[in-house]
Design a protein around this ligand. Structure first.
Ligand code: AMP
Ligand code: MG
Length: 337
């Protein structure tokens, strides 16, 4: 199959919406990362999404809708707290896991009786939902296990020949996937995957916000993942990624020992002037690091890095999302210096 690369014009969006209606799979820009979109209610189309990514069948897809008022069409119960959160964070990078109704096929929910619902703010994704008239099931548009795509070229690199089309909407605004939450009670939510809607932001609305333990550490053998995606090694480039936690001088000292031509470091912008080894930088603030992380991991592969030592990000705000992706890219190993 030849993959069409569309731009962001109204005509291109309409053509892509037609493809979705026909059960095809399309790469679509969102404010988080690029998604691999299909009609969430069409089992065959959803299976094609899993096949294009090589995604395990038990890893559910998030269902994207145009307005939170439509959530009731796909769920059997919505707590009052969900409506309060929707008022504040929808449209935006927040996915709420709710009990699904029979409208959502089991293949879409990865066999679970819940469904993750999100209202994306990106104009193109929003228009695709409205024009196709379909709720859109969309995981990140990368081959399973690789870093998520934050521009159309990344999607073409992974998906060319595997899907009908890609819409080019420029670089993703946030650069990390949505925050996924579930509801522990009427006033408590649990973060299953951190993203740009941070714990601090959720605490403005919720009494309690629990960080699921799977976010920061590997599940023990036999332990059940609250979010199936969290049990897989993920976001990983070809290079061997190692995360190093500690201040800059200790980090530099550590690299001076392990340094070789195929070793690269991924460091903060502010570190660069005092760093005499192969390196790339990924910003200083957590939101800069979220924005640049996946792009950097892909580029490090392109320049032939075999081992990448990452100076660990901070863990507050959206930094928690960056840390969560990196610890998975590093196979849960952290070097403390
Ligand atoms: P991706 O599609 O690549 O953005 O990944 C979606 C993430 O959301 C995965 O980590 C899933 O495990 C999680 N997710 C989606 N639906 C559910 C659900 N019903 N229950 C728990 N986690 C979910
Ligand atoms: Mg993904």
């Amino acid at each position: 199959m030849e993959t069409i690369l569309f731009g962001d014009s109204a005509a291109d969006i309409s053509s892509a919406a037609e493809l979705i209606k026909k059960g095809e799979v399309v790469g679509i820009p969102t404010e988080t990362v690029y998604g691999l979109g299909a009609d969430a209610l069409n089992e065959k189309a959803v299976r094609a999404v899993f096949a294009a990514k090589g995604r395990p069948a038990d890893n559910p897809l998030i269902v994207h809708i145009a307005d939170f008022s439509q959530a009731k069409n796909y769920t059997s119960y919505i707590p009052a707290l969900a409506y309060k959160l929707a008022e504040k964070f929808c449209p935006g990078p927040l996915t709420m896991v709710l009990p699904k109704n029979e409208t959502i096929p089991m293949v879409t929910s990865g066999g679970l009786d819940t469904v993750g619902i999100r209202v994306p703010s990106h104009r193109i994704m929003h228009n695709i939902i409205v024009e196709s008239g379909c709720p859109i099931a969309a995981p990140s548009a990368n081959i399973s296990g690789l870093p998520s795509p934050t521009c159309a070229a990344h999607v073409m690199d992974d998906m060319s020949g595997r899907i009908a089309a890609v819409l080019d909407g420029g670089a993703s605004e946030f650069g990390v996937e949505s925050t996924v939450i579930s509801f522990d009670s009427e006033d408590t939510v649990r973060i299953l995957r951190p993203g740009a809607v941070t714990r601090e932001m959720l605490l403005e609305i919720c009494n309690e916000v629990i960080i699921d333990p799977s976010i920061l550490k590997e599940l023990a053998e036999g332990e059940k993942a609250a979010s199936p995606g969290m049990k897989y090694i993920h976001y990983s480039p070809k290079a061997d990624v190692k995360m190093v936690e500690g201040d800059f001088l200790n980090f530099r000292e550590y690299i001076s020992v392990v340094n070789s031509t195929s070793v690269y470091s991924l460091i903060y912008d502010d570190d660069k002037d005092n760093f005499p080894y192969n390196c790339m930088t990924y910003g200083n603030t957590s939101s800069e690091q979220a924005h640049q992380l996946f792009q950097c991991l892909r580029e490090l592969d392109e320049i032939g890095a075999e081992t990448v030592y990452v100076r660990a990000p901070l863990k507050d705000g959206v930094g928690l999302a960056v840390y969560n992706r990196l610890i998975r890219a590093a196979g849960f190993e952290v070097i403390r210096v």
